[in-house]
Design a protein around this ligand. Structure first.
Ligand code: DHB
Ligand code: MG
Length: 242
């Protein structure tokens, strides 16, 4: 990965840069000031997750609010998050969108428990339901419930779990989404391995599979967006269901 001209540090696997961090801090100070009603709940979620030993890999506030505003712009009613972790991303979606119900999938019992504490603290526990299990096991259950009319289709999906299965998630979830629904896929860059055709990294192979399969799938229109910020130089893929 080229780092020409930029002062990178890599203290704990995050590529960081002073300007990127300052821009996030400055823009959030003005665009999401500490007086916003969800500030305390979001802070609590990060602190509580940290106290329970969860890894510090939650979405950045900027990325999470971007997705929350996407849901707001399209009046989303039912979102799916695969890989809930401590619930930080889902909390942004729920607190910015009072009419949104969220289904989450989380494989780690401790993460599910901590996320539920965080949803409860925020007062959104009646709109967020976390299913325990692997995505590939839980998605068929959701499919059965949608087919029986027990669960509405999804109009927003965020994939932030095991990167090697992301194409399977997209393939399985596309028929469970409304036309016009967006599927966002996090962590597509894989430290630049995305563009290494000889990569041995399962996550990077997963990311390449997503780009190449989505590109030839006539159910989807998609783009890959690179981004920088306080904790990352990364990319997300956005696919919209036709
Ligand atoms: C990392 C970041 C993520 O957003 C994620 O979902 C998994 C891992 C990381 O920086 O290691
Ligand atoms: Mg992620």
């Amino acid at each position: 990965m080229s780092t020409a001209g930029l002062a990178f540090t890599d203290p704990d696997n995050h590529v960081q840069n002073d300007v990127w961090s300052k821009v996030d801090a400055y823009s959030l100070e003005h665009l999401h000031s500490k007086t916003k009603p969800n500030t305390d709940a979001l802070r609590h979620a990060l602190i509580n997750s940290n106290e329970h030993g969860l890894p510090d890999i939650a979405s950045s506030p900027t990325m999470a609010k971007f997705m929350a505003l996407h849901c707001k712009a399209k009046c989303a009613k039912h979102a799916l998050e695969v890989g809930v972790l401590g619930g930080y991303g889902s909390l942004w979606l729920a607190t910015e969108n009072p009419g949104l119900k969220i289904t989450g999938i989380e494989i780690e019992p401790l993460h599910k428990e901590v996320s539920e504490q965080n949803f409860k603290y925020a007062g959104v526990e009646d709109r967020v339901t976390v299913r325990l299990g692997a995505g590939l096991e839980v998605i068929p259950q959701l499919e059965a419930e949608i087919k029986q009319g027990l669960l509405p289709k999804f109009d927003f999906v965020y994939l932030d779990a095991d990167k090697s299965n992301n194409w399977s998630y997209i393939d399985l979830l596309t028929p469970l989404c409304e036309s016009g629904a967006a599927i966002f896929v996090d962590n597509m860059l894989q430290q630049g391995e995305l563009v290494n055709p000889d990569t041995k990294s399962p996550s990077a192979i997963g990311a390449r599979t997503v780009v190449e399969r989505v590109g030839t799938d006539d159910r989807l229109d998609a783009i890959l967006m690179q981004m920088v910020g306080e904790k990352t130089y990364d990319a997300f893929l956005m696919a919209v269901i036709r």
